[in-house]
Design a protein around this ligand. Structure first.
Ligand SMILES: *[C@@H]1O[C@H](CO)[C@@H](O)[C@H](O)[C@H]1NC(C)=O
Ligand SMILES: *[C@@H]1O[C@H](CO)[C@@H](O)[C@H](O)[C@H]1NC(C)=O
Length: 179
């Protein structure tokens, strides 16, 4: 009985350490991946409106509308330690009140096994492009970048900014609401 238990115990401990080193090996084998790739971004329609926000004061703020293209092959980032990529498109710009404004306009989850060669055309933003003032009208430098979180089976959750960006300007006039 005693020998049976101690043998079971030994096997159990051995199994655990094998599993742990497998996990560690898995972690190490992808640890040095850059998880980087090229991204081409373009914009189509660009307009800005001045509309009341949702707050009680109903103060008018700038709201941007853009359509965009994303072309990027993320296939090489996938390996057996990558469960999914969480992609998001960010707009960055400067205003009189803030040196750096960041707005996430769109996101998408790409699972392993999904087609990771993206070629999206004339996409609409998923989230509203609000400025907290009048910082969009006539803004000459709004920069779009695509970033992703790598969701691995083991290891950290790196946040990667894709190589490549696209800058555009908003028009100097507000678009009039067609109501
Ligand atoms: C790339 O992702 C792997 C997970 O698959 C992670 O272990 C590694 O640290 C990441 N590399 C960088 C440079 O973030
Ligand atoms: C536009 O803004 C980006 C950062 O958001 C900056 O890297 C770039 O130099 C700016 N370009 C111009 C022409 O100001």
């Amino acid at each position: 009985m005693n020998t049976f238990l101690s043998r079971a115990n030994t096997i159990f401990a051995f199994t655990l350490s094998v599993l742990a080193s497998l996990t560690f090996g898995c972690f190490l084998s992808t640890y040095f991946n850059t998880n980087l790739t090229d991204v081409r971004i373009n914009t189509g329609k660009i307009i800005v409106k001045n509309v009341p926000d949702y707050s009680a004061s109903r103060e008018k703020q700038d709201l941007g509308f853009i359509t965009f293209d994303i072309d990027s092959d993320l296939t090489n980032i996938f390996n057996w330690n990558v469960k999914m990529l969480f992609l998001y498109l960010t707009a960055e710009y400067e205003t009189k009140t803030n040196v750096l404004n960041q707005v996430v306009l769109w996101d998408k989850i790409i699972n392993r096994g999904d087609n990771a060669n993206l070629d999206y055309r004339s996409m609409n933003a998923k989230y509203y492009f609000w400025d907290d003032g009048h910082g969009l009208k006539g803004n000459q430098n709004v920069t779009l970048t695509l970033s992703w979180n790598v969701i691995p089976n083991a290891g950290g959750l790196p946040k990667i900014r894709g190589l490549g960006e696209h800058s555009f300007a908003f028009p100097n006039e507000y678009a009039v609401n067609k109501v």
